[in-house]
Design a protein around this ligand. Structure first.
Ligand code: SF4
Length: 245
């Protein structure tokens, strides 16, 4: 394919996505997810952290995409409560969970780079423990579903229902939901909360990088709270460099 034709096809794809995304603004989260399942089928990647906000999308996935796997990255730094919540929800909803782990086992990683590596260089740690394990599936997929919502933080307030990200289409079925919508959905469908929510952990990642939030803070304010890092994957520096000191 010559460059001009490639550019034309890319801009047609962007226009098509923009139209579909605008149309899906008025759809329900289930309809948005159904659109993605129908359009991308087995090439649709769904990752979940089984965190504080994960229950809604996991429930929708179990209804709309039953049989397709949920990908879970076990970094080795997760709360025990998260692993227990994953197992309980997978059982309740009948989910097929595919667990990815880093190539370097957790004990070896800590021995090599120290137990304060997150404080010194969280991008390095996320790169090796989150970004790299997912890379083969990410490269093979055509679209990627995640639970980002516009009201979660300043960094997420512009999230679209569909967005192009290189070769991938990012799909955000919950983009327009509020924190109150999520709480109502969980209650209406009998989905248990992550056990740490009661202790005001409103966004839950790895234990060394998550704290409870205070009244009035963004729900993601407890993630990497000592640094200006706000996201784990796409905004991380390329993995593989030595950590900062
Ligand atoms: S969230 Fe923290 S512990 Fe988990 S991979 Fe990223 S830096 Fe490492």
């Amino acid at each position: 394919m010559n460059a001009e034709r490639g550019d034309r096809e890319a801009s047609e794809l962007d226009a098509d996505l923009a139209l579909a995304s605008a149309r899906l603004e008025r759809a329900t989260p289930a309809e948005r997810l159904a659109f993605a399942v129908e359009r991308f089928g087995d090439d649709l990647l769904f990752t979940s952290s089984f965190g504080a906000q994960s229950g809604v999308l996991l429930h929708l996935w179990s209804e709309v995409a039953r049989g397709l796997p949920v990908v879970f990255i076990d970094t080795g730094f997760l709360f025990a409560e998260t692993l227990a919540y994953r197992d309980a929800l997978a059982d309740k909803l009948g989910l097929t969970v595919r667990v990815l782990r880093p190539e370097i086992p957790n004990a070896e990683f800590v021995a090599r780079w120290g137990d304060d590596v997150q404080a010194r260089d969280p991008d390095f740690c996320c790169g090796l423990n989150k970004v790299l394990p997912l890379a083969p599936l990410r490269d093979a997929a055509r679209a990627w579903v995640s639970g980002l919502r516009r009201d979660q933080s300043r960094a997420r307030e512009g999230v679209g229902i569909l967005e192009r990200d290189g070769h991938l289409v990012r799909v955000h079925p919950l983009a327009t939901l509020t924190k109150a919508d999520v709480a109502r959905y969980l209650a209406d469908h009998g989905i248990p909360e992550h056990p740490l929510v009661a202790r005001r952990y409103l966004s839950i990642g790895c234990a060394p990088c998550t704290r409870a939030v205070a009244d009035g803070e963004d729900e993601r304010a407890g993630r990497w709270a000592w640094s200006n890092k706000t996201e784990c994957g796409l905004h991380a520096r390329p993995p593989g460099h030595e950590p900062g000191r």
